[in-house]
Design a protein around this ligand. Structure first.
Ligand code: SF4
Length: 510
């Protein structure tokens, strides 16, 4: 049994009755929607035409929201309906990043994720969903797609049906008849400064256009007329988490590599300061993750109700394990003046894993094409190396370490910055991206954030410190030569993470 919907846009009159019936049935608060009707227009007055699109959860057969949900709050029922359990939800918003269709929202009352659940309680009672019953044009058909004698299976077999973003591989079970193609590809639609009947918040106004430029879309392009708000789920705390995690992982990554290469100078720095930095920033990283939850008091569900396919869970376990090994490293150094090679080796491996697991988490965020970049894994590794070398170099300067130590850390920082810079240029000019990924990248490189990106993240944050380090010939002594590069590198990384998180969410999904 596989329940699904057909929505016939040859019949839909855009009356919003389905939206209202859904709100009534599920007590959906103001400002959020389980189903809504988007309007777009084409042509110039007086030859204009309006098109409607009824949007909601697609009850995907391969639902990325289920895969990423760390507590299995989202699940597929035996009958194919994708349902949710708000009692398990911790409000991490990762499902909103995974869904390519903007189907989920955070309920302002419960602070947990919610979406269309096919009126599962009505289905169980032998009734049809509320939107089906209320539609005055019988434009919405619900039923079992596996029932070959049923109405919905006949429509799907006989009519020309379309689904949203089939290239995402989610196998949606919501089929459209007669829908305009631009309603299925929202990034093609020109944003407007205000909706019909509603003002838009500035954040909503920032939508990528086909050119990727903030200039108005060309005349004749479809333009949005009415839509509902879809604020970006992740903000400054997630950008800060990426930054602090880079430092946490990088500190022991650099220290472990240095010790493995037989670098025995500055034992205090590598044996005691590096694990202390790693522990401090791992703690801050974990706190940022917890306080970004809409239900932070439920964070322990990651342990008690885990979905072991979610990289949010696996990443959480890696952070805990890394913290334990870093503690062992620090204790060994402080209590016995000795850190066993096995501890150093496992800390180095775990540091790389902590740095890079976010690439797998972001791959599960299937809705955000920029984050699906195949280079992200390497970005994260080199960012961690740069952050770790920068922080250790600052610590070395603070502790008055000798020129041999500062020069070695300066070389490590230069190596990591060169890798980082190369990866950024590869990302912008060489790496393959989807159309939506290119639009997000265009926002960074040619759109509203281009100055912050090129001047702040690339120029000041990578190229300039690299040039300063190379220009010094790694022979400079002490603070004058080595203070600026690590400070600039850390500031550039901070800017990069904020831009990356924002741009990834700026291209509309619905
Ligand atoms: Fe619904 Fe989106 Fe999940 Fe698909 S990925 S089942 S559309 S919430």
């Amino acid at each position: 049994m596989r329940y699904g919907f057909v929505i016939d846009h040859n019949r839909c009159i855009g009356c919003h009755a389905c939206t209202v019936a859904c709100k009534e049935e599920h007590n959906v608060p103001l400002g959020v929607y389980r189903t809504w009707v988007k309007y777009i227009e084409k042509g110039e007055f007086p030859d204009t035409k309006r098109y409607f699109g009824v949007l909601r959860c697609n009850h995907c057969d391969h639902a990325p929201c289920i895969e990423i949900c760390p507590t299995a709050a989202l699940f597929r029922r035996q009958d194919g309906i994708v349902d949710f359990d708000s009692e398990r939800c911790i409000g991490c918003k990762s499902c909103m990043q995974a869904c390519p269709y903007d189907a989920l929202y955070i309920d302002p009352g419960s602070q947990t994720a919610a979406k269309c659940n096919f009126c599962a309680h009505r289905v169980e009672a032998g009734l049809e969903p509320a939107c089906v019953i209320v539609c005055p044009e019988q434009a919405i058909v619900a039923g079992d797609l596996d029932d070959r004698a049923g109405k919905i299976a006949a429509i799907v077999a006989q009519e020309k049906v379309r689904v949203r973003k089939p290239e995402k591989g989610t196998a949606p079970k919501l089929f459209y008849v007669g829908i305009d193609a631009d309603l299925l590809q929202p990034a093609r639609v020109a944003a407007q400064p205000a909706f019909l009947w509603a003002e838009k918040k500035p954040a909503q106004g920032l939508r990528a256009r086909p050119s990727g430029s903030p200039a108005p879309a060309p005349a004749g392009a479809a333009r949005e007329v009415y839509d509902v708000a879809h604020p970006a789920p992740w903000g400054a705390k997630i950008a800060a988490y990426l930054w602090t995690k880079s430092i946490a992982a990088g500190a022991l990554l650099v220290a472990a590599v240095a010790l493995a290469l037989g670098f025995e100078d500055a034992k205090g720095l590598l044996h005691a300061v590096a694990p202390a930095v790693a522990l401090l920033f791992t703690a801050v990283t974990s706190l940022l993750l917890i306080f970004d939850l809409k239900r932070p008091e439920r964070f322990y569900y990651l342990l008690t109700k885990p979905n072991l396919k979610s990289w949010l869970v696996l990443g959480g376990y890696l952070l805990v394990l890394y913290g334990a090994v870093a503690s062992g490293w620090l204790l060994g150094a402080l209590m016995y003046g000795f850190v066993p090679p096995a501890v150093i080796g496992s800390a180095g491996v775990l540091a790389a894993a902590v740095a890079c697991y976010t690439a797998f988490l972001f791959r599960q965020a299937k809705g955000r094409d920029l984050w699906l970049s195949p280079l992200l894994f390497w970005h994260l590794l080199f960012q961690a190396a740069a952050a770790g070398a920068a922080v250790l170099l600052l610590c070395a300067l603070g502790l008055g370490a000798g020129p041999f130590v500062t020069a070695a850390l300066g070389k490590a920082l230069a190596f990591a910055l060169a890798g980082n810079l190369s990866l950024i240029l590869l990302e912008v000019y060489v790496a393959p991206h989807t159309e939506e990924g290119k639009q997000a990248l265009d926002l960074l490189t040619r759109g509203p954030w281009k100055k912050a990106f090129w001047i702040g993240a690339v120029g000041m944050g990578a190229a300039l410190p690299l040039a300063l380090l190379i220009g010094s010939g790694f022979a400079g002594e002490g603070i004058p030569a080595y203070l600026a590069p690590p400070v600039l590198a850390l500031a550039g990384l901070w800017i990069f993470e904020h831009l990356w998180v924002r741009a990834g969410q700026a291209v509309p999904l619905s």
